[in-house]
Ligand binder design. Structure first.
Ligand code: NAP
Length: 194
């Protein structure tokens, strides 16, 4: 491969160079040389190795820090985003700065430690899905799309892959959007330990 279309900084943090382990231990997490990392990302872009460069898991505070010295703005911020973790402040900030948001865990995520998936088991989403003749997954994905975000989702099942892409020729109503905006918010799960 001579270049990648998109290259992201996965987390705004560094870990000690230890044997990879997951979840990470708090004592192994170190402050990140954000300026140095971003300059190296910009160099990747300038050399034609990455057509676009971006970040992931960046808060508004971290983005502000980055934008203060970035010669090239991040094209994308990939973050957890779904109807139970709507990230309203971050969404507004990214929109104002021209940073596209990509949602991960759009369906609440795989390998959840809990038996309840707060997205797929949401009563509000189930009610909207039943009234529209859609699946709960489709309601969540459509809501994300209507926020102006893209999404990365996975399924091991062919039928679900088809279902998940079938969200472009219908829309949520104002009433649906209002109900979704009132869903109590919580992160679906902690990605980093410690
Ligand atoms: N940037 C980051 O820090 C970060 C962090 C975490 C994840 N990610 C990325 O985000 C992407 C998505 O992560 P994810 O797959 O864990 O989250 P997800 O898309 O929210 O959840 C996928 C889960 O939902 C199920 N599913 C898919 N379609 C469904 C449908 N129509 N109805 C019911 N269940 C459905 C799948 O099960 P089946 O396989 O059984 O269908 C799978 O267990 C991945 O590419 C991952 O690498 C990025």
């Amino acid at each position: 491969m001579e270049y990648v279309d998109m290259y992201l900084v996965h987390w705004p943090m560094s870990v000690k160079p230890t044997k990879p382990h997951y979840p990470m231990k708090r004592e192994d997490i170190m402050p990140m040389d954000l300026r140095g990392v971003w300059q190296a990302m910009e160099e990747c872009h300038q050399l034609g190795l990455a057509k676009m460069i971006g970040v992931s898991n960046f808060t508004t505070k971290k983005l502000q820090e980055l934008l203060a010295f970035a010669k090239i703005r991040p094209a994308v911020n990939q973050v957890e985003l779904n109807p139970v973790w709507q990230q309203k402040k971050l969404m507004e900030f990214c929109k104002a700065k021209g940073i596209h948001v990509t949602a991960y865990f759009p369906l609440g995520g795989r390998h959840s430690t809990s038996t309840v998936n707060p997205v797929l088991d949401s009563d509000v989403l189930k009610e909207i899905a039943a009234a529209k003749g859609k699946s709960v997954a489709q309601i969540s994905l459509r809501w994300i799309y209507e926020q102006g975000a893209s999404m990365v989702t996975t399924s091991t099942k062919r039928e679900r892959l088809k279902e998940n892409i079938d969200i472009f020729d219908w829309q949520l109503s104002d009433e649906d959007r209002l109900k979704i905006s009132q869903i109590p918010q919580h992160k679906t799960r902690r990605v980093v330990g410690g």
